[in-house]
Ligand binder design. Structure first.
Ligand code: HEM
Ligand code: HEM
Length: 433
């Protein structure tokens, strides 16, 4: 017990903010690092870092096609630490995307999306969408060849959304093509609307964690003794924060944020590629009808993600990564199978004759959309039935395997798009691209 009331008061004021975010006391088992890996806290810190560096960049940046590129050059060359500031904003945006994604995986794998945390799962989904949108809207701002054409390619995909597609695209671009109106829209979204929404949702997100009685714990850990949050948790969070900041600062001092030549709307690079996080979709577009690649697949994943907390599961075991050895074996098997099957799919799609040319009288919505989608769905279903039998899995474990297959497949598609597609988006070895 603290004997000195003065010390106690100064300690309270020093940790006032932190203790608003945390309860005064917590279960000792919450400290186990591999329960959360501190990923949610890291994401929060990176958002704060983005807001601070973003505000500083805003002093110097001019959102017009004539001046944007020069303002960045000027920032890098004549402002003390200008280059470093830009690099920190650039690299921490990427690290934030990775950390948020890993946090999502940890939530799935520890079963923390289930009741009573289901609303936090849904709001979490909106947070990761906002993180992607922040990255995407920021991408255009330097106004170099890379950013101009990546945004042109990505926004052109919107036109494939039925009925409202062209309207959404034009509203976002502020016209038919990427220009002043687009830059203004992206700038306002990037520096105003998206960060504001993010901060509000994050506030709610943290409050829900408190309402649920803290992070999820395994049954066996629920009776662990109560300890003071400060210093036990706060000190650990401080160490994680310092390591993360050091990592971002070191990367930023070693590698400058890329800047190509000024955007030239009349010269398209070949190939013009979307930002790396959308490359999986661009790759999918090569194999499927655009309606399926851009609408059906992403929408199916989104609907499935929203439904996830409401699937009835047999087990009540939460707070641990894998429920059993067979779950681990099935996860490894799914990982290997997803790599092999996705590579096989890309290879076959390349070697087999194009169904559009083979059956020119049938709409490509069927030959390159419905038919391959149906084949893929049936293969996926049979695969799940097979692993369920082979490893006698329960529903939680099947969900884990499904998620592994989806993530690994998207990763293979993304890597193919980034490293193995050259001019005309033809398959090539990375050293030829
Ligand atoms: C989660 C939040 C944020 C993310 C993920 C993010 C991401 C990005 C990215 C990827 C870029 C392109 C960087 C480059 O390669 O040059 C960028 C640029 C920029 N961002 Fe952000 N940003 C965020 C928040 C903010 C905020 C809150 C502001 C200002 C209030 C801001 C202001 C800017 C400015 C002025 C640029 C242009 C300068 C440049 O491109 O170097 N950002 N942002
Ligand atoms: C900017 C992005 C995000 C931030 C800053 C954030 C922050 C946090 C923090 C600090 C926690 C508590 C500690 C921890 O679990 O590490 C947490 C828990 C949680 N987050 Fe996030 N999060 C973000 C994105 C997401 C996403 C993308 C999802 C899922 C779709 C998600 C779902 C959850 C859930 C369900 C919990 C409760 C976990 C539990 O009780 O064990 N969050 N988040």
């Amino acid at each position: 017990m603290n004997q000195n009331p003065e010390n106690e008061n100064s300690r309270k004021s020093r940790f006032g903010l932190i203790l608003h975010l945390h309860p005064r006391k917590m279960k000792a088992s919450t400290l186990r690092f591999n329960l959360t890996f501190g990923l949610g806290g890291m994401a929060a810190l990176l958002v704060v870092l983005q807001v601070i560096t973003g505000l500083l960049l805003k002093f110097h940046y001019e959102p017009s096609p004539e001046n944007a590129y020069n303002s960045i050059l000027n920032l890098q060359e004549s402002l003390l630490f200008g280059r470093m500031l830009r690099s920190i904003h650039h690299w921490s945006a990427i690290v934030l995307l990775w950390i948020t994604f890993l946090h999502l995986l940890r939530v799935i794998f520890t079963g923390a999306y289930r009741k009573p945390r289901q609303s936090n799962w849904i709001f979490g989904l909106s947070l990761i969408i906002l993180v992607v949108l922040s990255n995407f809207t920021g991408y255009l701002l330097p106004w170099d060849q890379l950013s101009y054409w990546a945004v042109t390619i990505s926004t052109s995909l919107l036109a494939y959304i039925p009925v409202a597609g062209s309207f959404i695209r034009e509203a976002l671009l502020g016209g038919q093509e990427v220009g002043q109106a687009t830059l203004t829209n992206f700038f306002n979204l990037h520096t105003g609307i998206i960060p504001l929404l993010m901060v509000i949702i994050m506030g709610y997100h943290f409050w829900r964690v408190r309402k649920a009685g803290g992070v999820i714990l395994a049954e066996k850990d629920k009776d662990s003794p109560m300890i003071d949050t400060q210093p036990h948790l706060v000190n650990r969070e401080f160490v994680v924060a310092m390591v993360l900041l050091a990592f971002v600062f070191i990367i930023s001092s070693l590698f400058d944020a890329p800047l190509r030549e000024r955007a030239n709307p009349s010269f398209s690079p070949n190939p013009a590629k979307a930002p790396w996080y959308f490359m999986g979709l661009q790759e999918l577009l090569i194999h499927f009808h655009p309606f399926f690649a851009i609408v059906v697949f992403p929408l199916t994943v989104l609907i499935a993600a929203c439904r996830l907390p409401y699937i009835r599961l047999e087990d009540t075991n939460q707070g641990i990564w894998f429920l059993s050895d067979k779950g681990i074996r099935s996860a490894k098997f799914s990982l290997a199978a997803a790599i092999v099957l996705t590579v096989l799919f890309i290879g076959l799609s390349e070697l087999l004759p194009d169904p559009e040319l083979l059956l020119p009288s049938v709409t490509s919505l069927i030959t390159k959309g419905l038919v391959p989608f149906a084949i893929l769905s049936v293969t996926f279903y049979l695969f799940l039935k097979y692993i369920q039998r082979k490893f006698s899995l329960n529903r939680s474990e099947i969900i884990q395997s499904v998620i592994i297959v989806m993530i690994v497949s998207y990763t293979v598609l993304t890597l193919t798009g980034i490293f193995f597609r050259g001019a005309g988006m033809n398959l090539m070895w990375p050293w030829q691209v």
